[in-house]
Design a protein around this ligand. Structure first.
Ligand code: ATR
Length: 272
């Protein structure tokens, strides 16, 4: 049986083992996928041991995506651009391939599952941490009119914009300077929801048919989703679909077969 795992810390509440078991059953793949808590500072050691013991592939979650980036022998372009790796796969020659499926997972969820469109849209991205760096490359590929990255610490937004500026119309902004601007798609990539917070957003920054997407998810709407509804957003979603779509993309890299995500998203939604 081919062995897979997700490495993280904490890892107890990871839904990845359930998602990949559902994919494997649906596509009749003989594989095993478990979660594993790795001690801080021990990522390379644990990953080396996993692959030396014949492991076929890993997902990487918080806080090891940079360690996985360092660990990979070969990187995909999108992983290099993201500066982080969430998927490792052992190649036939034993070398370790590192990829990042977070950004394409989000784009797929927004486009295929929610039916929102990107071309010509004015996009606002909130936050400038690792999560946001992972989505900017795939977002710019969708031909939006522009992307504004707004962050509490505006210098971090500026640093991200420099990395991506050759790839499209992208600029940095402080939250308070968003007043007077209008956006068609607002994506929350801050971790503010974790503490029940909301970035300080001015009122009336949404266009008539604005869509709002939170990369976080939970049983209840996040503070950002509640704000979006109160500002009369045209559509609002959390990031549960992104979680399943990034997993499907990893599954595809490992097994060469694309699972259907809709039934898995629905089941997961009911289990929250
Ligand atoms: P991740 O890997 O999840 O992106 P991170 O690199 O720690 O984690 O980034 C967290 C992001 O959420 C940052 O953009 C952070 O803003 P700062 O760069 O100014 O720290 C943002 N963030 C966290 N808590 C926030 C809050 N209460 N209000 C606004 N932004 C917040």
């Amino acid at each position: 049986l081919d062995q897979y795992a997700v490495f993280g810390n904490p890892i107890k509440h990871s839904k990845s083992p359930w998602i990949h078991a559902a994919f494997a059953e649906q596509t009749a793949q003989q594989m095993h996928y478990r979660s594993h808590k790795v001690e801080l500072g021990r990522f390379a050691e644990a990953a080396r041991q996993f692959f030396d013991n014949g492991g076929a592939g890993l997902n990487i979650t918080v806080p090891f995506k940079l360690d996985a980036f360092e660990f990979a022998d070969v990187l995909s372009d999108r992983a290099r651009l993201a500066g982080a790796v969430n998927t490792l796969a052992r190649a036939e020659d034993g070398s370790i391939y590192g990829d990042n499926t977070d950004g394409v997972g989000m784009v797929r969820d927004i486009h295929d599952n929610l039916g929102w469109t990107f071309p010509g849209k004015r996009i606002l991205v909130l936050g400038a941490g690792g999560a946001v760096r992972g989505i900017l490359g795939p977002l710019l590929k969708q031909q939006p009119a522009s992307i504004v990255v707004a962050n509490r610490t505006v210098e971090k937004a500026q640093a991200l914009v420099e990395i991506f500026s050759a790839r499209g119309e992208i600029s940095a902004c402080a939250f308070e300077h968003l007043a007077g601007q209008q956006f068609d798609l607002i994506i929350n990539g801050t971790s503010a929801s974790l503490s029940g917070d909301l970035p300080p957003l001015p009122r009336q920054i949404m266009s008539a048919e604005a869509c709002c997407y939170d990369m976080m998810y939970g049983a209840d709407p996040t503070p950002f989703m509640r704000w979006a509804a109160s500002e009369m957003a045209w559509a609002v979603s959390d990031g549960l679909g992104m979680l399943v779509e990034q997993a499907a993309e990893s599954f595809c890299i490992w097994r060469g077969i694309r699972p259907e995500t809709k039934p898995v998203i629905e089941q997961l939604r009911h289990s929250l």
